[in-house]
Design a binder for this molecule. Structure first.
Ligand SMILES: [Zn+2]
Length: 285
């Protein structure tokens, strides 16, 4: 089973995790910039964090044979802190980097006017830099948060096929399905989704545009729940090809839209263009 975890915060994880992930089939990850739990007190603190997401962390992952990419943004929670707002001016420098495959995590935490503003400004950056966007949905008041998220996405003019709306569940799946956006599901040990509930949603809605992640971070979470979901799919009668689609080809297609997802030597050699030798996936159509 080859696995691409499209949302995991490896900065908060240990080398034991990398070892176990590699052994379980995780070959590539995307690490979105997020809130570190301890509030930051200045924009400079983000500079060091972003640098480590495109420098130190890919190096650390590489030691375990895991390819590491990042998404960069001012996260929804800290969009409310005036000390952090200048981060918006730092983003263009990072959105030009090859290791950055999307703008994210953006979206809503408490749905404040400050969050509105940061969300819209960063969707505009995604359009300007021709990058996909990773959108976090609030954990409280999910249905309303999701509706408002989709309205802001539609208003921004970004192509829905270049947006993943994440942390979905049974309450929000249908709305996002109809919007044309990609659907992200975070499988957690005791909150959000479980492997079994995920299998039910895949049965009902199919495997198209579905992304499964562990969203493992500094809280109680488990980087192997992607694998557990693959196992649960097989046990429920899904084929190896279905599992490969959800756990590998879908994230590759979504982030491949950045034009920066270099998976050479990880992908099947047959996928390399024999004319150019180019295996950088440009995704989509
Ligand atoms: Zn996250």
């Amino acid at each position: 089973m080859r696995i691409f975890d499209p949302h995991i915060h490896m900065t908060s994880r240990t080398t034991d995790d990398y070892e176990r992930m590699a052994a379980a089939g995780v070959r590539a990850v995307v690490e979105p910039a997020f809130w570190l739990g301890q509030p930051r007190t200045s924009a400079a603190s983000f500079t060091d964090y972003f640098d480590s997401l495109i420098g130190w962390e890919p190096f650390r992952a590489g030691q375990f044979g895991v390819r590491h990419f990042a998404t960069i943004a001012l996260n929804p929670k800290e969009a409310n802190d005036p000390r952090c707002r200048p981060v918006l001016d730092l983003l263009p420098r990072y959105l030009d980097k090859d290791a950055v495959v999307a703008v994210g995590e953006i979206g809503y935490d408490s749905m404040t006017p400050e969050e509105d503003e940061a969300f819209a400004a960063q969707l505009a950056l995604a359009v300007a830099y021709d990058l996909p966007a990773l959108v976090h949905t609030p954990h409280r008041d999910k249905a309303r948060g999701c509706e408002r998220t989709l309205a802001v996405v539609a208003e921004s003019g970004i192509d829905a096929g270049r947006v993943v709306v994440d942390h979905l569940n049974e309450v929000t799946v249908k709305l996002v399905r109809e919007s044309g956006c990609w659907l992200g599901f975070s499988i957690y040990p005791d909150t959000k989704m479980t492997p079994q509930r995920m299998v039910e949603l895949l049965r009902e809605y199919g495997t198209d545009r579905m992304l499964v992640n562990s969203a493992a971070d500094w809280g109680r979470s488990d980087p192997l729940l992607t694998r557990a979901t693959g196992e649960a799919m097989l046990a429920a009668g899904f084929s190896d090809d279905d599992v490969d689609r959800v756990l590998w080809r879908n994230p590759v297609e979504f982030y491949g839209q950045s034009g920066r997802l270099d998976l050479s030597d990880l992908e099947d050699p047959a996928a390399v263009d024999p004319q150019t030798g180019n295996s950088i996936l440009r995704g989509g159509s």
